[in-house]
Design a protein around this ligand. Structure first.
Ligand SMILES: Nc1nc2c(ncn2[C@@H]2O[C@H](COP(=O)(O)OP(=O)(O)O)[C@@H](O)[C@H]2O)c(=O)[nH]1
Ligand SMILES: [Mg+2]
Ligand SMILES: [Zn+2]
Length: 243
């Protein structure tokens, strides 16, 4: 299995390979982050996808697949509570083996990049959608327009003349380390109310007193797992800037 790392800047999505980068997609209108309870759910991967989307300013939709499995019920509760109700991300539920028609209105007239760990059902989802596309337009192309070359395995599927999906299999991590530490707060919707509310203008929200973000966390206003993710990513970005 190839390991792919994605980086986004100015709506160009790059694939990183031994310190070389290659554009795999541009003009992305929407990100579909596909998750599933099986083979396993990795919440940090989901958080990374969302930071990637926010930093690239691409709207993201969370797709919970494998709704037919009993294990999915717990995941649905967790994701709807935190990501939909608290953070206001769009969350859709499907069983790709069975039916994906509730995705169509979200896909229409857009170029959508599919993200998700291996095994969540991205290929199944495309296979379900493409037969419809075939009867409508008869077009499936592995297009140069997506910037896909022989060394990348991203594939652009044209559903109709204005609708396409890019599948990027083998995605393992995101290059979030080019992000600026001071911009990180803008990529967490739940931190927006606290921006510029800390006592110190250059507050790093780590050890400082009268930090609005730390105080909000102490008041249970911020989810503990999201807060830990923010702190861990902050620490990595702070470390990077020392070199
Ligand atoms: N139970 C169940 N299995 C699914 C569903 N969608 C996909 N799968 C299975 O999950 C496995 C991985 O699917 P695949 O589309 O190859 O995942 P990808 O690696 O993300 O492209 C396959 O065995 C699929 O049959 C679903 O909605 N329900
Ligand atoms: Mg696949
Ligand atoms: Zn602070």
């Amino acid at each position: 299995m190839q390991i792919i790392k994605l980086v986004a800047r100015k709506n160009l999505v790059y694939r990183m390979d031994h310190n070389r980068s290659k554009i795999i997609a541009s003009n992305i209108d929407s990100l579909f982050i596909v998750i599933a309870a099986k083979p396993n759910f990795n919440i940090n991967f989901l958080n990374s996808c969302l930071i990637f989307a926010e930093s690239a300013e691409i709207p993201a939709v969370i797709i919970i697949n494998k709704l037919d499995l009993v294990e999915t019920q717990e995941l649905v509760k967790q994701v709807e509570n935190l990501y939909s109700q608290q953070l206001h991300y769009s969350v859709l539920k499907i069983s790709a083996l069975d039916d994906c028609s509730n995705l169509i209105s979200q896909l229409q007239n857009k170029r959508t990049l599919l993200l998700g760990q291996s095994g969540v059902g991205k290929s199944t989802l495309i296979n379900k959608l493409i037969p419809n596309a075939m009867t409508r337009t008869g077009i499936i192309s592995k297009s140069e327009a997506s910037g896909c070359h022989t060394t990348t395995n991203a594939t652009l599927y044209q559903l109709d003349s204005t609708t396409s999906i890019i599948d990027c299999p083998g995605l393992q991590e995101f290059g979030l380390y080019h992000l600026q530490l001071e911009n990180l707060v803008y990529y967490f919707p739940e931190l927006q109310p606290y921006i510029n509310k800390c006592k110190y203008r250059n507050c790093k929200h780590t050890h400082e007193t009268q930090c609005a973000i730390k105080d909000a966390f102490a008041d249970s206003a911020i989810d503990v797992m999201r807060y830990n993710f923010f702190q861990a990513l902050s620490a990595k970005l702070a470390n990077k800037s020392k070199y």
